[in-house]
Design a protein around this ligand. Structure first.
Ligand code: SAM
Length: 319
């Protein structure tokens, strides 16, 4: 999570800082000079605004997020102290109130009431996109059920930042939050998804990464994995390798910081060779005919229907 007092804050891509300023001060200063001029404060439509905030580098905030935070009647924050650090960095004065897992029952009805009366409420979490393993789902759902507008103000999320830098196929992916901390539940959770034909994304902690990798190795075998650590921060690092290779590496140098784990999809099975195709097709052609036999075998063999049909036809003509 972003902490502007932390020396980790600035990523390598941030502009150079003067020798006399601490990274956090430099960062906040840049934010104020370059962005403040663009912030628009204006009356927002009534509704709930789900506002993404940086996951490390404070400059990863969108101009629309700043507009929304400076314009909303109410800013709801998972942690008001952290929210103030962010708002102060951008010189935004806002009325901030706590909204977290422990005060939902108390807070939710009053927020709904405010929005019903025409107010705008912006929800932020400690870092990244609210609702994604962060508070907000019950509130968004309650707004929807009450017919109130819910707006997304998109921006950073560790999920997509981790995926795109992992080197794993991004065309199909499944994000599954944190793996359970206890061994039996974690193993079950992994068994449930071991055949999902997609890249798998998990949030992970430095404390549990070794145990999780060991279980991944047991359940999935030695798949390719990327560990994306401290994304957008000073010590950002992506480790890539098989589960076994990464375990060996971590044993030598234990990991620190925040982690996204991305696991490669299972290898697609090799398509059948012609001998296997012919063996499967021969009896089926007799009972089902060429067309249906080809369709059935195409579904199993990893070949296109058209190609299996050509083999089936050849077989029939040979007999
Ligand atoms: N809602 C947030 C989001 O959209 O990114 C995620 C909140 S979740 C409670 C926090 C977890 O996200 C961390 O434990 C870590 O697994 C991951 N995470 C957050 N920031 C990260 C970063 N800079 N680098 C790597 N992982 C991060």
């Amino acid at each position: 999570m972003p902490d502007i007092n932390s020396p980790d804050l600035i990523s390598a891509s941030a502009p150079a800082q003067s020798k006399n300023t601490r990274p956090a001060e430099h960062h906040a200063k840049l934010a104020q000079t370059h962005v403040k001029a663009h912030v628009k404060t204006e009356k927002l439509d009534a509704g709930l605004y789900l506002v993404a905030t940086p996951i490390g580098n404070l400059r990863d905030i969108t101009l629309r997020a700043l507009d929304t935070l400076s314009s909303a009647d109410l800013v709801l924050a998972e942690d008001t102290r952290r929210a103030r650090i962010l708002l102060n960095a951008y010189k935004i004065k806002a009325s901030v109130t706590a909204y977290h897992d422990h005060n939902v029952a108390k807070k939710l009805p009053s927020v709904i009431k405010s929005i019903m009366s025409g107010k705008s409420a912006a929800l932020i979490s400690d870092a990244g996109t609210p609702l994604i393993n962060d508070p907000g789902y019950k509130l968004a759902r309650a707004c929807i059920d009450a017919g109130l507008p819910v707006f997304s103000v998109p921006g950073a999320s560790a999920v997509l930042a981790g995926l795109v830098s992992s080197g794993m196929p991004p065309d199909k992916f499944m994000f599954a939050g944190f793996l359970p901390p206890k061994f039996a539940a974690r193993k079950r959770a992994l068994e449930d998804v071991q055949n999902v034909p997609a890249s798998l994304i998990y949030f992970e902690t430095a404390k549990r990464i070794t145990a999780s990798l060991e279980d991944i190795l047991t359940v999935f075998g030695d798949r390719q994995i990327a560990i994306a650590r401290e994304l957008t921060k000073k010590y950002e690092e992506i480790l890539r390798g098989t589960a076994r290779e990464l375990l060996a590496r971590i044993k030598e140098t234990p990991l620190r910081g925040e982690i996204v784990l991305v696991i490669a999809p299972p290898n697609a099975p090799e398509p059948w060779d012609e001998t296997r195709l012919r063996t499967a097709l021969r009896p089926l052609i007799k009972t089902e005919g060429v067309k249906r036999a080809a369709a059935q075998i195409a579904a199993l063999s990893g070949h296109k229907k058209r190609d299996v049909y050509a083999v089936a036809l050849k077989l029939k003509n040979e007999d």
